[in-house]
Structure formats: structure tokens, C-alpha cells
Design a protein around this ligand. Sequence first.
Ligand SMILES: [Zn+2]
Length: 350
Amino acid sequence: MRAVSLLLGSLLFVGLVHAAEPAEPATKPAAASDHGAKPGSVAAAIKEVNQPVKPPSVIKEPPMSGAERTLARDAAQREEELGVRLKASLARLEKANIAARQAAQRPRAVPRPRVVPAEPVVMMPHATHWDYEGENGPLQWGRINPAWSQCESGKRQSPIDIRDGIRVDLEPIGIDYKPARFSVLDNGHTIQVNLGAGNTITVGGKMYELVQFHFHRPSEERINGRSFSMVVHLVHKNADGKLAVIAAMITDGAASPLVQTIWNNLPLEKNEATSSSMTIDMNQMLPVQREYYTYMGSLTSPPCVEGVLWLVMKEPIQLSAQQMAIFARLYPMNARPIQPGSGRLIKESN
Ligand SMILES: [Zn+2]
């Protein structure tokens, strides 16, 4: 009786275990075949159980011989081993059941609503501090944060030394700037001026809106090897999110009323934009002559994203020495070094 019930238990259990753990090696049917049943044959086991069993009182057990006693001892030992194995399997199954119940009771993570940042923000637990020199300087940018890898591995990076351009009849940039409200931000890397909507350029049949402009000292780009005192970058974005940046070199000269308005509104704290009630006309930030160089490059600060259309004015604009000195107090050096041209095509207005 004990052997039979154990056999049934083991067969049913083998079925259960195999259903729950498909990867379990098939060791259990071997245990069943020790008892003379077909491996995995539950029907055979049930048939065996259903056969009438004579009451023990009717069975007359003849006295055992020495050989029979050995056989009986071996059978008892096998039963005991099987019992141990079954116990271990049961414990495993119980553990799996508890884990499954716990998993079912665990509250499901509710997806948070996606927040779309206005500026590219890196949402990763990596370092985000970068600088223009020292251990977080330009040569390290690509290693500080994986999202900035293009700073190191990119093949079309900016700034470059603009030379050997192909002289062609470049279409004039369709500039449509009008007086706009603004706010001034010291973002820790430069002075940046954010603009309200309405200032656009059209180039290559696409319209881009002026989003912000900012300054570097000295100029990041060079023209035929020449560096300038400063440069202003006017960052535009089109409906597809593509960027077009107008760069205007700055030399010492006459004071700029527009830049004076910006310096007048410099914020006292970093990373806190100061809104002004005045307006600025960005036409004043461009030279009279609008001939330009153009090439494909990248942002010149992390994340160094490529696919940026650069439009570099040939004629510089001017700031007074005093206006230059104000910026130099805040940012004496905030220019990325020149990047390899890598055979990029540069076009320039005739
Ligand atoms: Zn810039």
C-alpha cells in the first residue's frame, strides 16, 4: 500500500513539477520506472491503484528466506530514498508556489506620465558636470556621461577652422527678426539669452525659429586660422527639431546697444533667468554684410549632438572693450578647442 501510494504521489507530482518548471531535468520518471511502471504513465499508476487489494488478514506471509530478507531490505531502502527525493521536490514546489503567490500580490508599477523637457536634459544617474578645463575639460566630455559619447567619437564635430571653402552663389539667409521680449540666464557655462517666439530664418527651403543666443570667449571657430575676441551663437530650431546656428565673430570696436541692454539685465544668481520688460531687435546682432560660410557640424558643448547646420558670418560685429571686459569677468575662457574637419565640405558666399 505504502509503495503504491508513494508511486501515485510521485507520478502526479512529476507531472506538476514538469508543468511548473519546464527546464527541470527528467530525473523523476526514472524513479517511477524503479517500481516497474512505464515512465510518466499516470494512467498505469491509477489502474494499479484501482485493482482490488486483499485485506492484510487474508494474506498469509510465508517465512522469509535469507535471500528474500535481503531483497525486502533493499526494497525498503529504495522506498526510503524515494521518500527523501520526493520530500525535496515537494519543498521546491512549495517554494515556487510561495514565490508565485508573492509575485501576484506585488503591486504593479504604475508608469509615470512622460515629462518632455524644454531643453535636452540627460535623465541618467551619471555625472553631468563639465567644464572648459581641468579634469572635466573638453577631452573628457565624451567619458563623463555615455549620453555625451559623440563629444569623443563624433566625426562631424564643431567648432572647426573654416578654410578651403568652395565659393558658390549661396542663397541669402531669409532673416526675419523683429523686436522680442527676452530673459537672461547665466547657465554656468555662458550668458544665454532666451527669446520669445516670432524670430525666424529660412534656409534651404526650411524655416527655423530663433530660440536663444549665447557668447564664447575667445571665438570657438576660426576663419583661415584666425581666432576672434568673442563669438555670438544664434541657435535656431525647425519643426523637426533640427538646429541651425548663425555665428557672428566679435572684434573690439564700437559699443553695441543691444549687448549693453543684455549686460544691464545680467542675473545676480546662476541658473535663474531674469526676464526683462524691454525688447531687443536681433537684427542689431548681425553684420551689415550677410555673406557666410556653411558646413554641417555639432553643438560645441555636451551632448555634442551632430546634424547642426552652421552658418558663419564672414563679416564680424563689434563690442566695446568695456563690454568685452564685462563678459571676461564672468567667463574668461569658454571655448571648445578646434575639432578635425575630416574632409567636410565647406561652402562660402562668393
Ligand atoms: Zn555656442
